[in-house]
Design a protein around this ligand. Structure first.
Ligand SMILES: [Zn+2]
Length: 354
């Protein structure tokens, strides 16, 4: 079909391959969406580009590809103080750079630090800010974070596998955060989005603590109106009940996340922040934080089916926490999409936060 061939040509030229599925139908839809946007653009007398009115969707194909890359054996579990850990940090920085992120600390998206335990070894957090719709990176900020390190190579399991790939913990969350960042870059709000990938989370949150110890941290931290942490536990099914850790005492961001959950037919309970995530040291500095934890009820699953799915896919801190072809991305899709709606709404300057 000629239209489809044109669609292939135009879409290959205009869209990064990573974010494209290869199915001809998808390509055609993308092309038609783009053509529609161009027509609207042509008709619009002035104002912002209406290309951004083409709705952005969660891209599970890109999320899975990214998560597979971060949790591949080549990354050797992104172990602390390893070359592969730095490889993961550099890959994240290049992804953020492609989205137009700017450095917030120093001149690079790679923010170096040294942990007391290894004074000779510089390691990196990855931090960038995506500017608001007017191109500025000033004023109130919204933040989102996942950790880039995992456990590396260690004791082998019964199958002899010694690489702790960390697919759910936290390659998939990193990929979900990148997807939220991609959608923000496409439809920026009034409040810039700070994207932070912390290192050495598995070493008692050393990376986030090191960032907060910087003398220039206060100026940024005091502007954060909400920080969302994403970590292990993107469920294999659509969780319909969630714990909003950090939502107690209740704050505006928790109310927002709850109302957006309810509009999906989900429920939430709020809980006080616990020192199990990089959001914890930020909460201790007075930043309103949210760390969503999926509950035990999943849409379309009986309790037994859910338990079976957990047995198959949820292998916390084991070498078998790795990508597998039968991992269903339905839970990832709804989680990542909800995260985007929280970030998108929180970045609306008309909304009062804090
Ligand atoms: Zn972990």
């Amino acid at each position: 079909m000629a239209l489809n061939r044109l669609a292939v040509l135009v879409s290959r030229t205009l869209f990064p391959a990573r974010y494209l599925s290869v199915t001809p139908g998808r390509r055609l839809r993308l092309f038609l969406g783009l053509a529609h946007g161009l027509v609207l653009w042509g008709c619009a007398p002035s104002g912002p580009s209406t290309l951004t009115t083409v709705p952005s969707r969660v891209d599970t194909i890109a999320i899975e590809a990214m998560a597979r890359e971060f949790s591949s054996d080549a990354m050797r579990g992104r172990g602390p103080w390893t070359a592969e850990n730095e490889m993961a940090a550099r890959l994240l920085a290049s992804q953020l750079d492609r989205l137009g992120a700017r450095p917030l600390f120093g001149k690079s998206l790679l923010v170096p630090f040294v942990a007391q335990a290894r004074p000779q070894d510089t390691v990196f957090n990855v931090v960038g800010v995506l500017p608001s719709r007017d191109g500025a990176a000033s004023g109130d900020l919204i933040g989102i974070t996942a950790h880039l390190d995992h456990l590396g190579v260690g004791a082998p399991d019964a199958s002899g596998d010694s690489i702790y790939n960390g697919f759910l913990d936290a390659a998939l969350p990193m990929a979900m955060v990148l997807d939220v960042a991609r959608r923000y870059a496409r439809s920026p709000g009034d409040r810039p989005l700070v994207v932070m990938f912390f290192n050495l989370e598995e070493q008692r949150l050393l990376g986030s603590k090191a960032l907060l110890e910087r003398p220039d941290a206060d100026a940024i931290v005091s502007r954060l109106r909400l920080l969302i942490g994403v970590d292990a536990g993107s469920p294999a099914g659509e969780a319909i009940e969630w714990q909003l850790m950090g939502g107690l005492p209740m704050h505006a961001g928790a109310h927002l996340a709850d109302s957006l959950a309810r509009s999906r037919g989900w429920t939430t309970v709020t809980a006080a922040v616990r020192p199990i995530s990089d959001v914890f040291p930020f909460a201790a500095r007075g930043v309103p934080v949210l760390f969503p934890i999926p509950g035990k009820k999943w849409k379309g699953y009986t309790e037994g089916e859910r338990d079976e799915a957990m047995r198959r896919f949820d292998h916390y801190h084991q070498p078998s926490d790795e990508w597998r072809p039968d991992f269903p991305l339905i839970g990832t899709a709804s989680f990542a999409d909800w995260l985007w709606t929280i970030v998108g709404s929180a970045s609306d300057g008309r909304r009062t936060l804090k």
